[in-house]
Design a protein around this ligand. Structure first.
Ligand code: GLU
Length: 496
């Protein structure tokens, strides 16, 4: 790390979301990398809100972003609702700061007013396209005479402010991607203040990074083209630069950039929260999008990540969003929870589905969770896997009945007999303990030369509608004698 950019040696990084929608996977990844970098270097993590786009920014999105960050456990030291010594942290409240810098740029002749109308700009763009120019604006307002300016003003034209791009190349030194020299011919005089007086992202971003003493700007490569523009603005103002690090894009499995536009809520962090992903799993998953430790280790605790995270191990190429891997990590973290914590975690999903309202029989709920064992990929999986414990209003899965109850009359008759006999045996036993039931069922199958698996599966379908799930005898005990007999009876009737 280059120490001349740190303030008293302290690392200061930021995440700067635009509150124009939910926090997405890419945003969470940017947040996490910044957060880890700050923690690793005992620095500060700042949450700045880039809300100068007043038409598209909403309070609702801002709070959704806060909530998603809090759910992930990515707490911030300054900014957001917290405030801090460099506030305000909402760009919409910092206009005075930007106006001051714009005044300086205009006074030093590093920026100028552009009076072109949108129609004129469209024409200039078309000409530039036809001439195959790398710039879509030709800088024609740079040298306007005072008479022309007066006329434009008298005509009621509202100017934008453009920054003059330098004649010499711009060096972008990136901690991940290395150094590049950008040819100024590829850069046009960027609009830094719109005609409605609102400053644009490239201006506000670099001004705030400098004003807030940000030492490292870590953000997605989608901003790579903005960096030379921001450097040009800072250079024109004589400001010293933060270091830049651009992290590779997150791609889908066909190599397309993961985006809200193309992937909808599949990229929304909240969606995973609702589906029953644990924040630990999300963080572990997101950490590995573009960063790896040794190509082998997949499971990282947060402490481990803080300890090992390093920009040097962030790759240069895009990383693929693999939902299967996220599921696998999630099931790993769910299995790490002891039964009591796992029960706490799944209760809201049962409640949301109306399977339980109050927690009357906590012990039973824990036993159900214990019986389900390591079968949950998401917390929400608890619903389809256990709903039969709470209600007998289920269909027998037709594939399962075809396979285990049989489709021929003869086979069905056999199943009918087995279930009728088992029902009788279970009715007759005064002891409904697991061991007793198990030995009674095996005694019956073995004495009558019936395959154990056939009897078990037939009974499982009768009791749950499904051909898979927890151990059959756990289910029998948890349902209790009355319920088991009632359900067996229902199956027997449907077979007759
Ligand atoms: N508001 C920008 C975004 O959400 C921030 C980019 C940056 O980190 O500079 O993409």
């Amino acid at each position: 790390m280059n120490s001349h950019t740190t303030v008293n040696g302290e690392v200061r990084v930021r995440m700067a979301p635009s509150p124009t929608g939910f926090l997405h996977i890419g945003g969470a990844r940017t947040a996490l990398f910044n957060w880890l970098f700050a923690k690793h270097h005992h620095g500060k993590f700042i949450l700045r809100i880039d809300d100068t786009d007043i038409e598209r920014s909403t309070d609702e999105s801002m709070h959704e972003i806060y909530e998603a960050m809090q759910w992930l456990g990515l707490d911030w030291d300054e900014g957001g609702e917290k405030g801090g010594p460099y506030g305000p942290y909402l760009q919409s409240e910092r206009k005075e700061v930007y106006d001051r810098y714009v005044g300086e740029l205009l006074a030093s002749n590093h920026a100028y007013h552009c009076y072109c109308t949108s129609e004129e700009l469209e024409e200039i763009r078309t000409e530039a396209r036809e001439a195959k120019s790398t710039r879509s604006y030709d800088g024609r307002c740079k040298e306007l005479s005072s008479e022309v300016i007066e006329k434009y003003i008298a005509d009621g034209r509202k100017p934008t402010v453009r920054i003059k791009m330098p004649e010499t190349s711009i060096l972008v030194d990136d901690l991940i991607l290395g150094s590049r020299n950008i040819d100024p011919a590829t850069l046009e005089d960027e609009v830094i203040v719109r005609s409605n007086g609102m400053p644009n992202y490239n201006l506000t971003s670099i001004i705030d990074d400098v004003e807030m003493n940000i030492t490292h700007v870590i953000r997605g490569t989608e901003h790579l083209n903005n960096t030379p523009k921001q450097i040009a603005i800072a250079n024109a103002l004589g400001l010293s630069l933060p270091q830049f690090a651009h992290i590779p894009l997150v791609l889908d499995d066909s190599g397309r950039k993961l985006s809200k536009r193309h992937h909808g809520d599949l990229v929304a962090v909240n969606r995973y929260r609702e589906q029953g992903y644990l924040p630990e799993a999300m963080l572990n998953f997101v950490a590995r999008l573009g960063w790896s430790y040794d190509d082998k280790q997949e499971i990282f605790s947060l402490e481990d990540l803080i300890d090992k995270f390093d920009l040097a191990r962030v790759g240069k190429s895009g990383s693929v969003f693999d939902i299967k891997k996220l599921e696998w990590l999630n099931s790993h973290y769910i299995n790490q929870l002891d039964v009591s914590r796992r029960t706490d975690a799944v209760i809201p999903y049962w409640q949301a589905e109306g399977l339980i309202d109050s927690i009357e029989d906590r012990e039973k709920l824990e036993k159900i969770v214990e019986a389900v064992g390591e079968r949950l990929n998401t917390l929400k999986d608890i619903v389809p896997q256990t709903s039969y414990f709470f209600s007998d209003d289920f269909e027998f899965d037709p594939k399962a009945t075809k396979k285990w109850w049989g489709s021929s009359d003869e086979k069905k008759q056999k199943t009918y007999e087995i279930l009728t006999n088992l029902s009788q045996i279970l009715e007759d036993t005064p002891d409904f303990g697991l061991d007793t039931i198990e030995s009674l069922v095996w005694k019956y199958t073995d004495e009558n030369d019936i395959k154990r698996v056939a009897a078990m599966q037939s009974m499982r379908i009768a009791l749950t509608g499904l051909s898979f799930g927890p151990s059959l005898f756990d289910i029998v005990v948890l349902l209790g004698k009355d319920e088991v007999l009632k359900r067996l009876q229902k199956a027997i009737v449907s077979l007759s």
